[in-house]
Design a binder for this molecule. Structure first.
Ligand code: TXA
Ligand code: MG
Length: 319
């Protein structure tokens, strides 16, 4: 496996060809790094599952170049879903829609719905459009971590997570640190109104702001299978706790306004909630690397992206 830093157009073309040939390409997105495979190639997709050690009934998100590709993957798309796509794509939002026949069982985990997203990271968009030029329809990409572990937000973290499971022909594209740092908002769009299944940087307030429905419900559904909705997920090896005081030898993650008690190892001091999201996963990894006793987290208060941050923290803390 080769890590390509600051990939040039020619190298991105090479990566698109690798995807077309059935190899895996880990690539940057604005949320977290994804482990990409040709979404129509069953063999390539099955390698994604084995590299991640992920159960095969957990569906994958298909990444496409633009809203123009949406009708290839989905049918019966409600008007409100198109409005959300127009408003927030490219960006950190995944729509769950009724699948077309292109979205086969090995992508949807046997469900009748498919998850679709247009990422905004320039390297991701360039890779997707080169792949499309080669006749590709979409790139299936879960977060590039082992199942249940913390999503990688930089190429080094990708390599630590899955580098040893990749082959010589697989690639990792380096697009620097992910700007958002937590996974996309997942919105179920198969009913009369949208339902947020996983909170993210596209917040409830933003979705409501699009004003496309009379009634809006934001509930975490258990009817649809999302591995992120397992209670324990996004977890480092070290024990994670919130709502307790850190003690000597503990790692500590909190907004910069909170001081570090003596003997405590500060893992992150974000100035605001956006930076909190951006730094959270790397801080959790750092806790593992530094072998701190426990990782103590002070949750960010308030609405907006803080909701998604608290969601990830409580999953990381669940054992
Ligand atoms: O930000 C992101 O969404 C990143 C980047 C790489 O795009 N991807 C990501 O993928 O987080 P993954 O596989 O780690 O998490 C996607 C979640 C999973 O919990 C999966 O079960 C759910 O989305 N999902 C995918 N397709 C679905 C479907 N058809 N119905 C319900 N849930 C689905
Ligand atoms: Mg994941």
């Amino acid at each position: 496996m080769e890590i390509i830093s600051n990939p040039l157009p020619d190298e991105i073309k090479k990566a698109a060809q690798a995807l077309k040939d059935g190899h895996l390409v880990a690539f940057p997105t604005e949320t977290v790094y994804g482990l990409g495979a040709d979404a129509t190639n069953e063999k390539a997709v099955s390698r994604v599952y084995s590299v991640k050690a992920r159960p095969t009934d957990h569906p994958l998100i298909v990444h496409i170049t633009s809203i123009n590709q949406l009708d290839k993957w989905a049918i019966d798309i409600p008007e409100y879903a198109r409005k959300l796509a127009k408003e927030f794509w490219p960006g950190p939002m995944t729509l769950i829609l009724k699948r077309s026949e292109i979205a086969q069982d090995f992508i949807t985990g046997g469900q009748e719905n498919v998850g679709v997203r247009v990422p905004s990271h320039p390297v991701a968009l360039a890779l997707l459009s080169e792949f499309e030029k080669l006749g590709g329809l979409g790139v299936a990409a879960p977060s590039a971590n082992r199942f249940g572990a913390v999503s990688p937000t930089n190429p080094k973290a990708v390599n630590e997570e899955i580098g040893m499971y990749l082959t010589q022909k697989d690639l990792i594209l380096d697009g620097r640190k992910s700007l958002i740092g937590i996974e996309s908002t997942i919105i179920n769009c198969v009913n009369k109104a949208p339902i947020i299944l996983r909170p993210g940087a596209i917040t409830t307030e933003m979705v409501v702001g699009v004003k496309v429905f009379n009634s809006y419900s934001s509930v975490v559904s258990t009817r649809v299978r999302t591995s992120g909705s397992y209670e324990s997920h996004y977890a480092p090896n070290t024990e994670v706790l919130f709502g307790v005081e850190p003690e000597t030898g503990d790692g500590f993650i909190a907004l910069a306004s909170m001081p570090t008690p003596t003997g405590v190892i500060r893992l992150a001091s974000p100035e605001d909630n956006e930076q909190y999201a951006r730094d959270l996963y790397e801080a959790l990894r750092d806790g593992d690397r530094k072998k701190v006793k426990r990782i103590i987290i002070a949750q960010p208060p308030g609405s907006g992206i803080a909701v998604a941050i608290r969601d990830r923290i409580s999953r990381a803390a669940h054992r």
